[in-house]
Design a protein around this ligand. Structure first.
Ligand code: DC
Length: 230
């Protein structure tokens, strides 16, 4: 780190925190809000996924000891490519975007996200991004544990069936069958239960129920709120 760079842990003043359950559209919304405002974006879920992938590549069956997951995070680095808004992760220097949302990583990440020292690693990295300029962050506890002083806090929610339909559409690239939708709703509900302890709504968060909103509408709402607090 050069002398001109801010010290680790120093948080600059403009953070927008977007929290919410799985498949509530946090990450895509956060990315688009950041693009609209011309500021950066960091998805904390991607950091938990990168830690999981790095540990999984090291071999050995889960459950993994926390020390070994923490050790694997040394393989994770961060890049903000020219022209990009969102901080991306690399594992051993390579892009891993395709693998981060694989069923294997998705199945193991809740276990990793329960580990207190892994949570501290993620939180410190998120504050490091925030020390580099105005930032939109998304996750489960951004407005509570990580950025309690965020300028704007949003909690995105939607009915589980609607979240399941959106997730299925994204994954299958077509409308899901009744059975596929029921299976995805069940998976999401189980995931919500596993992540419940981390998913916290800040008392001062603005709740946006996106059940009946398009993504364009939710992006426009949050961007308008953000302009009001800048
Ligand atoms: O949002 P996501 O599905 O990419 O998150 C991946 C996992 O990380 C999920 O189990 C929830 C967890 N997570 C968390 O505990 N805290 C965060 N701030 C972000 C994600």
């Amino acid at each position: 780190m050069s002398a001109a760079e801010p010290a680790r842990g120093v948080v600059r003043d403009f953070v927008i925190a977007i929290d919410g359950p799985a498949a509530s559209g946090k990450s895509s919304t956060a990315r688009r809000v950041a693009e609209r405002l011309g500021i950066h974006h960091a998805d904390s879920g991607v950091l938990y996924r990168a830690a999981t992938l790095a540990r999984q590549r090291a071999g050995g069956a889960p459950p993994w000891p926390e020390d070994s997951v923490l050790g694997a995070t040394r393989e994770v680095t961060f890049v903000l490519s020219p022209g990009e808004t969102s901080w991306a992760v690399r594992v051993k220097g390579s892009s891993v975007d395709d693998e981060l949302h694989s069923p294997v990583v998705s199945g193991l990440v809740s276990h990793v996200a329960q580990m207190p020292r892994v949570r501290s690693w993620v939180n410190e990295q998120m504050r490091w991004f925030a020390a580099r300029g105005p930032l939109v962050v998304d996750g489960r506890d951004m407005g509570t544990a990580v950025f309690p002083d965020a300028r704007l806090k949003i909690f995105l929610d939607a009915h589980p069936t609607v979240r399941a339909r959106r997730r299925s559409l994204q994954q299958l690239d077509r409308l899901p069958s009744v059975e596929e939708l029921a299976a995805e709703t069940e998976r999401l509900t189980r995931r919500d239960e596993k992540d419940a302890t981390q998913t916290r709504r800040a008392p001062d968060a603005i709740v946006i129920d996106t059940t009946h909103l398009t993504q364009d509408e939710q992006v426009a709402q949050i961007a308008a709120l953000a302009k009001g607090v800048r």
